[in-house]
Ligand binder design. Structure first.
Ligand code: 1PR
Length: 542
């Protein structure tokens, strides 16, 4: 099999990139020293996290002159995400750190006045009728970044570059760029389904470079960021010791009646693939019980991720048990080390639940000081904010009047059925809803945003498994409190509920579990419904 060389300098989910490269028929060889760069014919520079962190690592390991020599020799070079950013002169994210300067100009941050940042999700890479590594106007590609190169018509083209753009909240940015032997994408082709695999293939087989810039005809480009639909798999061992996808009603996952067994809705790897093929934009696994009697390195979720990432080319999130812990042999294992194992096994993001609540409580107890030692801070520092999701498990607490509590309250359209109280706040819980804390959801999300979380997965215990629709009041309250994206979760029972949450709130994504596991609707049916209603979605490309 033909070979491509990957630079092994940066932490993150390179397993998915390797899987994608193998999927299109190539093998990967690692470049582990600057000297080894010279043996590469085709070189890929993947990148996650902070511009400065990546570039400083490359620089201190002596890679930059070797990469420059590879490029100057006219050999194929591809940069992905921060790998695209690296070919620019610099970034306001880390102004002191120089880039490779193949392109003059600095990246800047998305404006978060009227939109969530990071920009997470499926967006276009529109090359305006020019051939650019098989990018297609009707396809969508997975982006996750806070910094971008702002597109100015003609600027890069005037220097011989072919450019594809995306638009987010009115800002047009460079989604991909190519000239000669250089090709770079701001999006993650290895996470962009079949559309992304095509791009990788075009780089590897040389067709992309050969046809670069030719005029192509095709359908008119579609708009910007799509509505993101996420399939969630709650995973745990059942009473027979098998790892199964389960689903609770308000977090109770046991069947009612005789036996009282853990509800078994299927096998995690198979279901993940099924939802990917139905068009799920992301798949989330939540390990809802921890596997305390196993060495951390053997937790079954690692194997589930490895196997899933071989066939599922959209982002994977893993949650459950991400906190500092003590291994079976007494060794301390940090949350960062656990997250690292998950990333190496194919996860793109980790989701933190209970530990985030405890960290937020400490944040307020210390007068909103940050010491850099929480799991959120450590993981986001190493892998970037976009890699850290905080999963929130709130429940409603009714109060008779606004000043009956110190917490952030709302006046609800759904008064308490028992007391008739018209005000409520949302209390955070830990340990899968078993313990309620004196911290409200607004306090939590603001604290974790300050710590560096990149996204909120907003469950709702009152709504979970009810099929009665999302808690719009909760979602509005949280969206109004933070700038980072929010995923609405809990309560989806039909496609209309997804339409409603996108119409009546500004949520960035919506998640369903039971609706898909019980086969009441497919992901495709949900998306078809949204498309019928005029909302932009990404459909699966076979
Ligand atoms: O606290 O960091 O170890 O993480 C544990 C994780 O496991 C948390 O993300 C927590 O939400 C989750 N979890 C714990 N116990 C349960 C349970 O169900 N007993 N599941 C649980 C949470 C909620 C959603 C669900 C939506 C959509 N599941 O993920 O998928 O509510 O459901 P629906 O569409 O069927 O209504 P830590």
């Amino acid at each position: 099999m033909p070979t491509v060389h990957l630079l092994d300098y940066v932490a993150g989910n390179v397993r998915s990139l390797v899987n994608a490269i193998e999927k299109v028929g190539y093998t990967v060889e690692w470049v582990r020293t600057p000297e080894e760069v010279a043996k590469a014919d085709k070189l890929i520079l993947p990148g996650v996290g902070h511009f400065g962190h990546c570039l400083s690592q490359l620089s201190s390991a002596g890679y930059l002159p070797a990469i420059q020599a590879h490029i100057d020799a006219g050999k194929p070079f591809m940069g992905i995400c921060v790998g695209l950013q690296a070919i620019f002169e610099g970034s306001v994210e880390d102004p002191e750190v120089p880039g490779l300067s193949c392109i003059k100009g600095k990246l800047n941050r998305f404006d978060d006045t009227n939109k969530a940042v990071p920009h997470i999700g499926w967006n276009s890479a529109n090359a305006s009728s020019k051939s650019l590594y098989d990018l297609r106007p009707e396809s969508k590609y997975y982006y996750v970044h806070s910094y971008k190169y702002p597109y100015i018509a003609g600027e890069l083209e005037g220097q011989g570059w072919t450019v594809a753009t995306g638009t987010y909240g009115g800002e047009v940015f460079v989604g991909a760029v190519a000239k000669g032997n250089i090709f770079a994408t701001q999006f993650h082709p290895e996470k962009s389904g079949v559309a992304g695999l095509r791009v990788i293939r075009a780089f590897l087989n040389g067709e992309g470079a050969r046809t670069l810039g030719q005029t192509v005809t095709g359908p008119a480009p579609t708009g910007g960021l799509t509505r993101r639909i996420i399939a969630c798999l709650d995973v745990r061992t059942n009473d027979q010791g098998d790892l199964v996808v389960t689903k609770g009603d308000q977090y109770d996952v046991r069947e009612k009646g005789e036996g009282n067994d853990v509800r078994n809705l299927g096998k995690p790897v198979e279901l993940a693939k099924k939802y990917y093929e139905q068009g799920a934009d992301e798949v989330t696994f939540l390990n809802i019980t921890s596997f305390r009697d196993l060495p951390v390195a053997d937790v079954p979720m690692l194997e589930i991720l490895r196997r899933t990432s071989e066939t599922v080319f959209v982002p994977l999130t893993i949650g459950g048990g991400i906190r500092d812990t003590v291994d079976t042999d007494g060794t301390k294992v940090s949350a960062l080390e656990i997250a690292t194992m998950y990333f190496k096994s194919g996860a793109d993001k980790v989701s933190i639940g209970s530990d985030a609540v405890v960290a937020a409580e400490e944040y307020y107890a210390s007068g909103r000081k940050l010491f850099g030692n929480t799991a959120i801070e450590q993981i986001s520092r190493a892998y970037g904010n976009q890699a850290v999701v905080v999963s929130v498990d709130p429940k409603r607490i009714y109060v008779p009047k606004p000043d009956a509590t110190r917490h952030n309250i709302i006046k609800t359209e759904f008064p308490s059925p028992s007391s008739g109280d018209e005000y409520c706040w949302y209390a955070c819980t830990i340990k899968g809803g078993r313990e309620t804390r004196d911290l409200d959801v607004v306090e939590l999300v603001q604290a974790v945003e300050a710590m560096g979380a990149g996204e909120i997965l907003l469950n709702c215990i009152d709504k979970d498994g009810t099929n009665s629709g999302f808690d719009l009041e909760l979602i509005r309250q949280v969206k109004a409190s933070v700038k980072i994206p929010v995923i609405a979760s809990s309560g989806a029972g039909n496609p209309g509920h997804f339409e409603e949450v996108f119409d009546k709130t500004t949520t960035d994504a919506a998640l369903g579990a039971g609706i898909f596991h019980r086969e009441e609707y497919t992901v495709k049916q949900v998306k078809d419904h949204l498309a019928d209603k005029g909302l932009e979605v990404r459909l699966f490309e076979g």
